[in-house]
Ligand binder design. Structure first.
Ligand code: NZQ
Ligand code: ZN
Length: 390
């Protein structure tokens, strides 16, 4: 195990009706004038936005609202949010929605108190200061409710980039699993896929003797394997929703990633797909992960064989065969949830492979020409991986 620091001070309020605590929690964490940021309308239709506003009213906290965040959130609305926060003297940003709303909120929170262009943070500048952020989560997926990360797409050039910093960890997050019962099945499945991806990206490590985090990751993937079909079968299964929602947080606040190197090449390769085709990030990962894993498994066949046996019930004695069977089992599981298997099902186009590989390898701010993770992938490797997805 390698040395590490771990500080994840988000306060969680988990369970039924917890959104009624929003006002109390904003007050507790110092907010007096709030931007309520939300997406394309699901929180309006469900009545959640009204309940959150009522909770703020009850505490006498003033607010302004800004809706319209799209999945794969765009920089244009972030600039609008920054202007609004400055004009209105906002001192707290409350995200009501999914990962896209939370990530847009984080960008606004940093940009409001920064003299330069907020995009600087998405080109590698560490986020040191931001307005405090709270979240009311409506989909178990990205893990942004507990993470120090945000991912935004710049419209010019379809540049999808991440920014990180401890200031991006929400002060509080409200997780009511019942709020996720209105999700369309495709979004539920894409969320579960993203959660599994966050676990694999950490499992694929070059660090040794990391038994605690290995076992945590295995347990969480097994939970998704158990709860995924239950929630697709019955979208109103509160207990399954609850386990998936808390699992999604634990998968990505990095408690499973401490003391070990991590991969993240599936995410880097997928981000080009959701930037280019505006597909759900999880759907893109369902197509990406099996290809990346098959391409890189010889770097450490034993590791892939171990997860295959412990999580996917693979019994082959031969490591290579077991590793491959584990990847196939993951792939079949994701398609059983309704996730796409290839470019055609995702709506991706073979003709864009060269362009996406170029951006994935040279567009990360350091221009290194490689994706560094479990293995070192050149542009040629990335082209080969995309071709495996066709
Ligand atoms: O916009 P509305 O109308 O709310 O609809 C959303 C959206 O269309 C809908 N939805 C959400 N909750 C709902 C609901 N519909 C009905 N009932 C509900 N309760 O679902 C759609 C997807 O929402 P989105 O917020 O985009 O989903 P997700 O949480 O998967 O976020 C995806 C974004 O997060 C980024 C991804 O790249 C992508 O841009 N990521 C962020 C990370 C982070 N900040 O730590 C890490 C991840 O790896 C990921 O990259
Ligand atoms: Zn993800």
């Amino acid at each position: 195990m390698e040395n590490f620091y771990f500080y994840a001070p988000t306060y969680f309020a988990f369970g039924k009706d917890m959104e009624s605590e929003a006002g109390r929690l904003v007050k507790r964490f110092g907010g007096s004038r709030v931007l309520i940021h939300y997406g394309g309308g699901s929180v309006v239709r469900s009545g959640l936005l009204d309940r959150v506003k009522a909770s703020l009213d009850k505490e006498g906290i003033g607010y302004v609202t800004l809706g319209g965040v799209k999945p794969n959130p765009r920089s244009g609305l972030v600039y609008e949010g920054i202007d609004l926060c400055r004009k209105e003297g906002v001192d707290f940003v409350l995200a009501v929605g999914g990962g896209s709303v939370i990530d847009s909120s984080k960008a606004i929170a940093a940009g409001t108190i920064y003299d330069g262009d907020f995009w600087d943070f998405y080109e590698g500048k560490p986020v040191e200061k931001a307005l405090p952020i709270g979240t009311v989560l409506t989909i178990a997926a990205a893990g942004s409710e507990g993470s120090p990360d945000s991912v935004i797409t710049k419209e010019e050039g379809n540049l999808k980039r991440g920014a990180s910093g401890e200031a991006y960890r929400p002060r509080f997050s409200i997780l009511n699993p019942a709020l996720t019962q209105t999700l369309p099945p495709h979004q539920t499945a894409a969320g579960i896929t993203d959660i599994i991806a966050h676990l694999y990206e950490r499992y694929l490590t070059n660090s040794t003797e990391v038994e605690v985090t290995d076992r945590l990751i295995e347990a969480l993937i097994m939970t998704m394997k158990y709860e995924g079909p239950r929630v697709i079968e019955d979208p109103n299964n509160y207990e399954a929703r609850a386990n998936i929602m808390w699992g999604g947080m634990v998968a990505h606040n990095n408690i499973c990633g401490v003391g070990r190197s991590q991969d993240w090449s599936s995410h880097a390769i997928e981000h080009e797909l959701s930037a280019e085709y505006d597909c759900a990030h999880g759907a893109g990962l369902a197509v990406t992960m099996p290809a990346v894993f098959k391409y890189t498994m010889h770097h450490d066949v034993k590791r892939f064989a171990t997860i295959a046996r412990r999580v996917w019930d693979v019994t082959q004695a031969d490591d290579e065969k077991a590793a491959l069977a584990g990847i196939e089992a993951l792939s079949s599981f994701l398609s059983s949830l309704g996730m796409p298997k290839n470019f055609a099902e995702l709506g991706a186009n073979e003709a864009d492979i060269e362009k996406m590989a170029e951006r994935a390898c040279y567009g990360d701010g350091n221009g290194s020409g490689y994706i560094y993770g479990f293995t070192k992938l050149s542009k040629e490797d990335v082209v080969n991986i995309y071709k495996m997805m066709v």
